[in-house]
Every structure is written in C-alpha cells, then in structure tokens.
Design a binder for this molecule. Structure first.
Ligand code: GAF
Length: 385
C-alpha cells in the first residue's frame, strides 16, 4: 500500500517541479492497543505504528522558500519563507507543516528551503493519527535534507509542540512518539513522563484488525480539552504533579470529596495506567486471556468512567467480542467520540470477524464500516535517495 504512495509522491514531484526529488521520507499512523488519555497524565501507553503512512518527496532549495504541494487536496500549494515569524496558512493541512518548520527553527536548528510533495493514506479523522504522521514526516524530511542532529524523540516533541502551540490542539505525546520511534512487529510501552520506550513483541499468530465506525466525530477537540482539564483538577485535588502519581488504594481512600464526574475521570486514568503496564506484561508472556480481560476492562472504563465512547463504537466492540470470545481482545482506540476499534484477532478467525462486522454493523447502525488488517511497522524513515 505504501509502495504506491511512495511512487505517487515521487512521480508527482517530478511532474510538478520538473526535476527528480533527492529524498523520499515516510512516517506512519498508529493504533493504540491500550492506555487511553493516559499520555497527558504522565502515564503509560502501548501503541504500535501501522502500515498506513504520510509520505514526502523532497529536495533542498537555497532561496529560503518552502514550497509544498499536497496530492490529497487537488495539488493545493502552500509557500512560505523559512523564518521564526512563520504565520498561519489558508489551508488547515498546511498549518501542520508550517508549525513543524517554525518550531524546528525556534529550537535552534538551521536550514534552508525545500520543494515538497506530500500525500498520505492514514484515514483522516478516524483516530489513527494522520496529523501526527504529517508532523513527524515533515520533521524527518528536514532532518534528512539538512542532516540535522535531531533525535527521533525530539522530532516527536517538536511535532507535539507544533500541534499544541501552532495548530491549537492540546494533545499528549503518544502519537508523535510512536510515529517517530516505532519498531516493526512490536508495540512500544511508553512511559510518558520519562519518554522511555520498551518494545513489546506482538503475539505470534494474531492480526491487528482495526474497524472504523465511520461515525462522524463531533466536538472532539473541545471534549478532549475538557477531559484534560478534569484530569488536571483531579491531580490538583490529590496535590500531585499528574494522576500518574496516584494509585488506586489512595484514590479509594481519599476521593470522597471529589465531584462524581471528576472522580470517574480520575478512576479511568488511574486504573488504565495499571492495565497498560499489565497488558505489556501479558503480551510478553503470550497470555492472551489476560490481555483480553484488560482490553475489555479498558473499554468499559472509557465507556462508563471517561465517557468517550459512542453507541456505534460500543456496538462494534460487542459484535467482535461475540466472535472472538476469550481468544483475542477488542476495545475502542484513540481519542474517542467515534473513530475506530482495535482488536487482536487469531489469524484463523479474521475472516469470520470481518463477515460478522459486515453482516451486523450496518444493520444495527445504518453506517458502513471500513476494515483494516494492519501490521506493526517501523517508525519514520527516509526510504531512498
Ligand atoms: C489523541 C491524542 F493526540 C493523544 O495524545 C492521546 O491523548 C489520545 O488521543 C488518547 O489516548 O490521539
């Protein structure tokens, strides 16, 4: 799938700019197996990168101009100068690029201009991090073109900073970090406080099946920011830097004066952190039964305590759960309010699960699902010269 994407950006570069690109760079979207909304609470997450990417063909320019052509927006063009004064663009997609370039400069990296053609096949608005893939691919492009001495971790932090400060979404670090640092065949257990990562091999004989509910996500940013504020209020109540610092015993002991809504939000984060650590351990031990239970508990916690699922997502989870029983796991993935479910399905049951989803989901919701069988892929990389 991404070979086609790479061909497309290379050919379009030559057709649009009249010469061959010097480099092609890709960065993947991601799916989170468990650990939802824990990243901005300094907690743990367990995502893997998927075989859907943002791809760039690029070459240096020496006139301080960045000229970007987007294949996904009908060859729309954005042009700006390399300067710390970069302002907002007319097109939303271009703001991710401008934000990344501006923040690289603010971090003290020096570089000149670039010709860029960009395209992606990460489904947009599905909770699979098409924005993070875009931020990371641009950081990786300037690193590659100008041999910048920037680590993969800093490319991720820079992408997050661009999204927080330039695009205006207060996201955590998970999506950019997994897109920049993922390991093929593995999920990464990320400690979002220290940013240390531990690769955890995906269980043999299982497929990562993602189903997009195609439920249009509404109010995502405002609901996301509200959840974030509620978590900060809870951390202030417990007098800690972040909810990462509260365990369930302390929560049960001291939560009585919290409002019921804030208590539910905090309980999700505190229990989800522990589930994420336990899920990584279960994966290491090939203990699918435990993994299945933790994913089911995570889903229930997102539905009942954090209140970020919608009925279409709950229906999808039930359809898949009824097929796989205790042989695999399923839960909502990503920020919530629509988007996708992720499931770990034994290879021999994949066809049966797809059949069940196709037969039942549309009938129950009126929406047509999109189904992706994914592999866990490597993070951002320059693919050729
Ligand atoms: C979105 C955010 F961008 C991530 O940082 C994370 O908080 C996630 O929602 C929820 O786990 O993808």
């Amino acid at each position: 799938m991404s070979e086609q994407l790479i061909k497309n950006v290379k050919h379009a570069f030559e057709a649009q700019f009249g010469y061959a690109s010097s480099h092609v760079v890709t960065a993947p979207g991601r799916v989170n197996l468990i650990g939802e909304h824990t990243d901005y609470n300094d907690g743990f997450v367990l995502p893997c990168a998927i075989n859907y990417n943002a791809a760039v063909a690029a070459s240096r320019r020496d006139d301080n101009v960045v000229r970007v052509i987007s294949l996904d927006y009908g060859l729309a063009v954005d042009e700006f100068s390399v300067s710390e004064e970069i302002t907002h663009a007319e097109h939303d997609w271009a703001n991710y690029i401008r934000g990344v370039v501006k923040h690289l400069l603010l971090r003290g990296y020096h570089f000149n201009g670039a010709d860029i053609v960009i395209s992606g096949n990460v489904p947009q608005g599905a909770g699979l991090s098409s924005s993070a893939a875009l931020e990371v691919v641009i950081g990786q492009t300037f690193k590659t073109l100008y041999h910048l001495a920037i680590s993969q971790q800093e490319i991720a932090l820079n992408g997050q900073e661009a999204e927080n400060k330039f695009v205006g979404c207060n996201c955590g670090i998970m999506d950019q970090l997994i897109s920049a640092q993922a390991k093929k065949g593995h999920a990464l257990l990320i400690d979002c406080r220290s940013l240390k990562t531990q690769p955890v091999k995906l269980p043999d004989g299982f497929s990562v099946l993602i189903v997009n509910s195609n439920k249009k996500r509404g109010l995502v940013d405002s609901e996301y920011n509200t959840r974030r504020q509620q978590c900060e209020d809870a951390a202030a109540y417990f007098n800690v830097q972040a909810l990462r610092d509260v365990d369930i015993a302390r929560f049960n002991d001291q939560q009585s004066e919290l409002s019921s809504v804030i208590a539910k939000r905090a309980r999700h984060i505190i229990t989800e952190n522990q589930r994420t650590i336990d899920a990584a351990e279960a994966m290491r031990n090939n203990d699918i039964k435990t993994l299945q239970r933790l994913m089911a508990e995570s889903h229930a916690s997102m539905r009942d305590d954090f209140e970020i699922t919608v009925s279409e997502i709950d229906i999808l989870v039930e359809i898949i759960k009824a097929e796989i029983g205790e042989s695999g796991g399923v839960r909502m993935t990503g920020g919530g309010f629509g988007g996708c479910v992720v499931s770990l399905v034994p290879d021999e049951m994949v066809e049966q699960v797809i059949k069940a989803v196709n037969a039942q989901y549309e009938q129950q919701t009126g929406l047509t699902p999109s189904i992706f069988i994914c592999s866990a892929e490597e993070g951002a990389t320059a693919v050729d010269k």
